[in-house]
Each structure stands twice: as C-alpha cells, then as structure tokens.
Design a protein around this ligand. Structure first.
Ligand code: NAD
Length: 478
C-alpha cells in the first residue's frame, strides 16, 4: 500500500469528504490496488472553493518575505521526505525510482524558485504627463486559482501550479490526477506542516469532467491553469470562458529531433535515446519524431536500436530498472495501434513493438524506421515508448517535416554548424528549442508551447507573471 493517507485537503483539514465514494489506485507495474481514494461531493468542492477565497484574503495580505519563509520550510520538509515521496511516485505512476528522485529534486527547486521570485513581483513608475502626478503600476496576485493536472509528472505538474500560485500570493484549488494522487498529497502535507494558512492550498479528487465543470462554473477562481491533453485543454478553456477566467494551457507536443549529417552522432544518441524512453515516453517534451539526414541516417538507426535494446524494463522500484510500465492498459492499446498503422503503411519495425509480460502495463522500447509521413504516429503525439525515424535530404525539407504538425512545444536539433543552428532555432515552430542539448526544463526558465500546445509559461519570471494581474494607479499629490 502507498505510504500516505489518501484524503481530500479542504480548508486546512484532511478529510474523506461527504460523497462516501472511493476509487482504487492501481500500481501500473503489477496491477495491485495500492490505495483507496475518496472522491469529493459537490458540497466538498463548494467548500474548497469558499476556503480558497478566505485563504486568498489571508495569503495576499502576507508579506512576500513571509510567504517565502513558509515555502522554504516546505522545500526543506520535501527534501527530508524525498525518499518516501519518490517511492510513492514510482508506485502509483511507474517511472524508475531514479527518475522519481530527480522529480522530487525538481519539485523542491520549483518551490524555492517561486518562493524567492515572489519577492520580486515588481511594479514600476511611469513618468507622468503633468507635474504633481504619480503613475504607478502594481502587480497583484490574480485571485484564487484552480488547476487540473495530468498523471505523467505527479510532482512536477502539481508543483508548477501550486508554487506559482503561492509565490504570487494566490490561493489554489487543485485536482491532481486520480491515477496518481499520493505524490500530490505527500507534497501538500509538506506545505501544511510548514505552516501554510488554512484554505490557501486545497486538493480535491473525483470524476475529472464533473469536478472541472463544478469548479469552472464558479466565479471564485480567477485563473485556470491546466496540464494535459489538447482536447481536454480546449474543453476546459471553453468552460472557463463563461466566467472569463484567465488561462494557462500546458498541452501536448510532438517534438521533432533534426539530426544533421555534421552532428556529433554519439552525443545525439547518448542524449536522445534515454530521453525518448524516459518515463516510458510519457513526457510532453519527449523527442517523438526523429528526422535524420541521409549521410548519418543508417548509423543513427543502428546506434538507436542498439541502445533501445539495452534498456532495462521492469518495476521501477527494482535496482537497475531504467524504464517502467505505461500508466494504464489503455496506453498499451494506443501503442499497438501506432505500430500496426505505421507498419501497414510500410514502416520497418526494428525493435520492440509489443507488450512485455502479462502483468503490469509494460510496452517494449520500440523503434520504427522509414516511417511514411502519413502514418498516424507522425501526426499524433505517441506519449509512449515508440520512436519513429525518418530521413531527410536538405534542411528545408527537415524544417518542413518538423513544422508540419498543429502543436509546437519542444523541438531539438543536432548540428556542428553555427549557421544551421541559428536557422533551426529561428525557424522551428516551438515554445522551446534545444540545440545539441535536451535541457529545456528548469525552474528558472520559461516552459510552454505555441499553437495547439497551448500558451503561457510555467517557470522563469514568466511563470510568476502568469499568476499576477496589473493595476495602474494615477495619483495627483499636489
Ligand atoms: P486524458 O486527456 O484523458 O487525461 C489527461 C489528464 O487530464 C488526466 O490526468 C485526467 O484526469 C485529466 N482530465 C481529463 N479530462 C478532464 C476534464 N474534463 N477536466 C479536468 N481534467 C481532465 O488523456 P490520457 O489517456 O490520460 O493521456 C493521454 C494523452 O494525454 C496523451 O496523448 C498526451 O497528449 C496527453 N497528456 C499530456 C500531458 C502533458 O504533460 N502535456 C500529460 C498527460 C497526458
């Protein structure tokens, strides 16, 4: 069983709620039930919303330096509880324990970044048009926030909303994924133990569409922040329109990796193959379309297959395991359908392509080469351990393929030529570009997409800005 009590957090109180309904939480590595999660009733959700309004009044009036002290204390508690939180994360989500530990470190980093940055929510003075006038721009917290986040990074997705809101002086009602509730609960406990006032952080669970509808129809939250799929993001944005909430949408991607024939082959493979199979490919910035120049193509494919075959797949809690299961059986079926569609259209299956074992939601690291451009996997984000590789002749062609989808989250390219690097960073249609480098996600840098990948940034000064609103004051003082 998960080493954490699964409860709702409403107005500073851990509770089972009033619905009298619980749903099992499943370990995707062995399909065992590892907890029973209480679902919130409408009355519980309404109580959480009301609490967030009271919590907002208290927290916005708390000086930023004191807010930072609470957040720093929470970060220290997370560091002390790192091993337990990482184990919860692996048990409910499946990723390898080393990845879970790294995720907890990231959660701590994000908490500290926003705590500190909240002290720098500066306004400005604008020179007046007449003497005796002061024109002041204030940055204020936007109000109570609501957020819904997906299961693939139960710590990171959660903390980007929570720490951003708290750093800016907002309260929050958040619904983490019902598939991975324990990580969020364990992190929320750190904030409670650090002295966060009641009502500032509220956690609810339930049927996702029902909970989000109830919350979004309320006028209390003034901001919605969502991490998840494109269709759900569009749906939530429409619901948020009725009360004109501001929105941040962190949706899916389909990241191209352009490998030019002047690239350092080993560097490209040594960074991108582990990155592709990290979290079994269930990463919104995962490299998902490998576009490789003719001169390097065959050696790239050979090196890719060799490395993919060496990946140790298993229960993420076991030593040496590098890749765990998918979150649920539905995702295995999606992987099978991608492979079947691509091979039917002429792609070569060079590795994997099937489920592993008959217990747990495992799918083998898979490599597809010579994938036709009309294959589904070239248009739809795989969100799993399937890597399609295609070849290109000149850079125009590569950029054309890279930019041929409706999403634009991350893009990557490998080249030793600074002119090509400059062109690629200018022309790739994405919110983040990594050149010879996969590192596009840190607490202090803006993270977010363009087009159907959504808008708004998390992280960096832009991340704090997303939870602030602007007030202009014009004052005559003589
Ligand atoms: P999904 O869209 O059904 O669910 C994704 C998340 O959104 C889940 O955590 C779910 O609880 C939540 N959700 C779903 N409907 C909701 C609603 N009406 N209101 C509020 N929350 C809601 O998809 P899935 O099968 O779990 O995952 C597969 C797809 O989701 C992938 O194709 C991928 O593109 C996308 N995804 C993206 C991210 C990301 O980080 N951008 C994360 C997870 C999943």
């Amino acid at each position: 069983m998960l080493p954490v009590d699964l409860k709702l957090l409403i107005n500073g109180r851990w509770t089972d709620g009033t619905a009298g309904h619980r749903e099992p939480v499943i370990n995707p590595a062995d399909e065992e039930v590892i907890g029973e999660l209480p679902f919130a009733s409408d009355a519980d959700i309404d109580e959480a919303l009301a609490a967030s309004l009271d919590g907002f009044r208290v927290w916005r009036a708390t000086p930023a330096i004191q807010r930072q002290a609470v957040m720093e204390k929470a970060a220290i508690l997370m560091a002390e509880r790192k091993e337990t939180i990482a184990r919860i994360l692996t048990m409910e989500m499946g990723k390898a324990l080393a990845e879970s530990r790294a995720e907890v470190d990231f959660v701590i980093g994000v908490t500290r970044w926003y705590g500190e940055e909240g002290k720098r929510a500066y306004g400005r003075l604008i020179p007046p048009r007449a003497p005796g006038v002061r024109q002041i721009v204030h940055k204020e917290p936007v109000g109570p926030v609501c957020a819904f986040v997906a299961w693939n990074f139960p710590g990171t997705n959660f903390i980007r909303k929570v720490a951003g809101a708290l750093g800016a002086g907002c309260s929050i009602v958040i619904k983490p994924s019902e598939e991975t509730p324990g990580t969020a609960i364990a992190i929320a406990q750190c904030f409670q133990d650090a002295g966060l006032p009641d009502g500032v952080l509220n956690l609810v669970f339930g049927i996702p569409s029902a909970v989000s509808e109830r919350i979004l129809q309320s006028p209390i939250p003034r901001k919605l922040s969502f991490t998840g799929s494109v269709p759900v993001g569009k749906h939530l944005q429409k619901l948020a329109a009725d009360t004109l909430k501001r929105t941040t949408m962190e949706l899916g991607g389909h990241a191209p990796v352009i490998v030019c024939d002047d690239a350092d082959l080993d560097r490209a493979l040594d960074t991108m193959v582990p990155f592709k199979y990290r979290n079994a490919g269930q990463v919104c910035i995962s490299p998902t379309r490998f576009i490789v120049q003719d001169g390097l193509h065959d050696r790239f494919v050979d090196g890719f297959v060799q490395r993919a075959n060496a990946i140790q797949v298993g229960n993420g809690l076991e030593d040496g395991v590098q890749m765990g299961p998918l979150i649920a059986a539905r995702r295995q079926a999606v992987m099978e359908s991608f492979v079947e569609d691509a091979t039917r259209r002429g792609a070569k299956l060079l590795s994997g392509g099937e489920r592993i074992g008959n217990r747990g939601y495992f799918f083998a690291p898979t490599v597809l080469a010579d994938v036709p451009h009309d294959a589904e996997i070239m248009r739809e984000e795989p969100f799993g351990p399937v890597a399609p590789i295609v070849r290109f002749g000149d850079l125009d062609e590569a950029i054309g393929i890279a930019n041929s989808v409706t999403v634009g989250l991350a893009s990557y390219a490998f080249t030793a030529d600074p002119k090509r690097a400059a062109r690629l960073s200018a022309e790739l249609n994405a919110g983040m570009v990594g050149i010879n480098n996969p590192g596009v996600s840190t607490p202090e840098t803006p993270f977010g997409g363009v087009d159907e990948s959504g808008y708004g940034s998390e992280g960096g000064i832009e991340g704090l800005e997303a939870f602030l609103r602007t007030k202009f004051v014009s004052e005559t003082y003589i």
